[in-house]
Design a protein around this ligand. Structure first.
Ligand code: NOJ
Ligand code: CA
Length: 703
């Protein structure tokens, strides 16, 4: 495709009688629709971006402030520029489609300081048909060895007062409900989590996190995030509500620095996705394309899968993680003398029931939480050596559980809650993974609840980013699959580490068990925000919607209908899907559970049929290597008609569709568990119209 580049030499501002030095470089997307302009003006690097001639980002600042008094945002000159491009296909180990197209036109500009210490920095841009990415790079050089980044100057000047879906800028968690406002009225103090949980403090009233989803008044969908977050803190954004400009805020470390780098070094990619169709953002692979290829030579141990877990029963208070009747400093030595509370969930006997259920219903894994000593003292106690990750409670027989699982063809899934004590986890990681391998575990769920030990480090700072990435590498070495809860939000690194199947890193279904919960629109926003960076372990599939079933009088409930819980297996993409409810609840509704048994977790192709952030979304996917399709349609608190256009089915045949939908009187609050299952013969080109209840959804399997 065409690559346009033109260079304006010197522009003389005669009127002011000052010579302004400006250099311009432009890059167009392969289809010509997106234009990126890099402009070095008076020594300051800036950029702007348009989509079909509409402004997306107005001229905005670039650069960094390095602690060694080097301002890489001013006083620079261009010493070199070169064009890059790619037009190729690659195959992910697993994914929403079996082949991904990487097609861009790019530019690398080399900049150099003009006064003081001579430092070279490069800017790399890649412009795709659905967005672009840019990053800063420092080649190996004489004058720059170790250096500290104080501040990043990257700005995003918006072309209007867009509608925006956001969560507050919080350096430690993304577990918030989204707020919708205009850019000019963003107010982080209005966010629920702000007052609800003391730990959470947005960095400013106007701070927000990425992925940030916006819609302009002229109908452009714009998403700002980052790709390949490696050895650098996460980028959050400060909103200038008057100027309508966003500025990068790097999550600082314990002493206020942002990043410690050593040349050669590079920042993650700053990504801006744009289209006039919301569905184009869901199908974008730009963030994945900007990540490095897989480092795992033999990925045969990596298996997308479904699992059940001894988990929801603790979240609804039916049993507990901890074992002892009183809190104490239990260790491997004294746990035997502890008096059991009688409510411990992870007993050998109970776990065997989950294993039996998994074996009977084709779920390949069983997660068990609360199996190891430490839960009496976790979270909030600032105890550094809270867990050892190897010592089971006296009523959990590690060997027996695993041999029983093996005899039933089921894999146990390990749980490592760190309780924020990451130094402790780092010390114990190898021992813990060796124990897993000895007993045949090949997947681990990690967790980072609470403030980070060492004190002062944040979940989203460089120190922790390096930890999460180290865990991905180390688990890969041990041939272990990884699912991280409470890490920094993903940035497409699952391309590089395909053993890192999923993260939570957002407000999951669990919040419905013990808090005000997630509003019915939550799951219509997540695919446009959190999921832009990678799969989410949302833990769908709750059939017993109301918590008063377990605790009479309880107000908590899941804020969806049962049918919508089924639809989430398709709309909330993850190669690792939990059937999160307890076996007894599934046994009561085998007809609805059939959808969870059937639904695939790895795909040949995905079709994004209709979507509007915060309102609704319908996605169809073809199971990998099979002539089976699964459709999920969900709505917010409003009833709606899902329009499922079956044009994606191969021509010349008819198929059997099973539709799992909301009953006529279903409603997420007043009547959430009413559903209807019906079958229909369908053919390509048919359009299914399915009524969704308020807070409802529909799931369809087609064979
Ligand atoms: C929070 C996680 O999201 C949840 O899945 C887990 O059960 C608890 N932490 C305990 O580790
Ligand atoms: Ca969580």
């Amino acid at each position: 495709m065409k690559y346009f580049k033109y260079r304006c030499a010197f522009v003389l501002a005669l009127i002011a009688a000052i010579a302004l030095h400006a250099q311009t470089f432009s890059v167009h997307s392969p289809d010509g629709k997106i234009a990126l302009t890099f402009l070095l003006q008076d020594g300051k690097p800036t950029y702007s971006m348009t989509y079909a001639t509409k402004p997306v980002i107005l001229q905005s600042s670039m650069g960094l402030q390095l602690a060694e008094d080097i301002n890489m945002g001013n006083g620079l000159k261009v010493v070199k520029d070169s064009a890059t491009q790619a037009n190729e296909d690659w195959a992910p180990v697993w994914g929403e489609e079996k082949t991904i197209h990487n097609h861009y036109n790019g530019l690398v500009v080399t900049l150099q300081t003009q006064t003081g210490r001579l430092v070279i920095m490069q800017l790399e841009f890649r412009v795709f048909n659905d967005g672009m990415g840019f990053r800063y790079m420092w080649p190996r050089q004489h004058n720059l060895n170790h250096f500290v980044v104080n501040k990043e100057l990257t700005g995003f000047a918006l072309a209007g007062d867009h509608k925006v879906w956001w969560i507050p800028g919080d350096f430690d968690t993304n577990e918030y409900s989204y707020l919708q406002s205009t850019i000019s009225t963003v107010d982080a103090t209005k966010s629920k989590g702000f007052t609800e949980i003391g730990l959470r403090v947005p960095f400013s009233e106007s701070g927000v996190q990425t992925p940030l989803m916006m819609k302009s008044q002229d109908g452009l969908y714009i998403n700002i995030h980052e790709a390949a977050l490696v050895n650098y803190p996460a980028m959050q954004l400060d909103v200038d509500r008057k100027k309508l400009t966003l500025t990068s805020v790097l999550v600082p470390d314990a002493v206020g620095n942002a990043a410690y780098l050593q040349a050669p070094a590079k920042t993650p990619w700053r990504t801006i996705l744009v289209s006039n169709k919301a569905t184009d953002l869901l199908s974008s692979r730009t963030i994945l394309n900007l990540n490095e290829p897989s480092v795992i030579k033999d990925p045969s141990f990596i298996k997308p899968s479904k699992f059940v877990g001894l988990w929801w029963e603790m979240h609804v208070g039916k049993s507990t993680w901890d074992y002892a009747a009183v809190q104490d400093n239990y260790t491997a030595e004294n746990i035997g003398s502890a008096k059991p509370s009688g409510h411990h969930g992870a007993t050998t006997q109970r776990v065997k029931q989950y294993i039996d259920f998994a074996a009977k219903h084709g779920m390949s894994g069983v997660l068990v939480e609360g199996w190891n000593i430490g839960w009496e003292d976790w979270s909030g106690k600032w105890k550094e050596d809270v867990f050892d990750f190897v010592t089971p409670y006296p009523d959990f027989d590690l060997k027996e559980v695993n041999s029983y699982a093996a005899s039933k063809g089921v894999k146990m899934i390990m749980h490592h809650e760190t309780s924020g004590s990451v130094t402790n986890y780092e010390r114990n990681m190898d021992t813990a993974y060796r124990l897993m391998k000895n007993f045949g575990y090949d997947a681990v769920k990690t967790g980072y609840v609470g403030k980070i030990i060492p004190r002062g480090e944040h979940h989203d700072g460089q120190w922790m980013v390096n930890h999460y990435n180290r865990v991905a590498r180390k688990t890969a070495q041990y041939r272990i699959m990884l699912d991280a809860h409470e890490p920094v939000r993903p940035t497409g690194l699952h391309r590089t580490y395909p053993n890192w199947l999923a993260c939570e890193a957002a407000r999951g279904n669990e919040f419905n068990a013990w808090s005000v919960g997630n509003p019915p629109e939550h799951e219509t926003i997540l695919p446009f925000t959190r999921l832009m960076g990678g799969p989410m372990d949302y833990t769908p599939g709750i059939f017993q919607i109301k918590v008063d079933y377990y605790k009479p009088g309880a107000k908590e409930q899941v804020h969806t209908t049962l049918a919508k819980q089924l639809a989430l297996y398709v709309t909330m993409y993850s190669p690792l899907q939990m059937a999160a409810d307890i076996p007894e609840n599934y046994e009561q509704k085998p007809d609805a559970f059939k959808f969870i048994e059937d639904v695939a977790v790895d795909w040949d192709a995905s079709y994004y049929l209709e979507a509007e952030p915060g309102d609704y979304l319908t996605i169809a996917r073809k199971a990998k290597g099979k002539n089976e399709w699964y459709v999920g349609a969900i709505t917010d608190e409003n009833a709606r008609m899902a329009i499922i256009d079956l044009s994606f089915l191969p021509a010349g045949k008819s198929y059997q569709a099973t539709i799992y939908r909301d009953g006529e009187q279903a409603h997420w609050q007043s009547n959430p568990m009413q559903y209807v299952i019906e079958t229909k013969t369908v053919k390509p080109g048919d359009v299914l119209k399915v009524k969704l209840a308020p807070g409802g959804g529909a799931a369809v399997s087609i064979k």
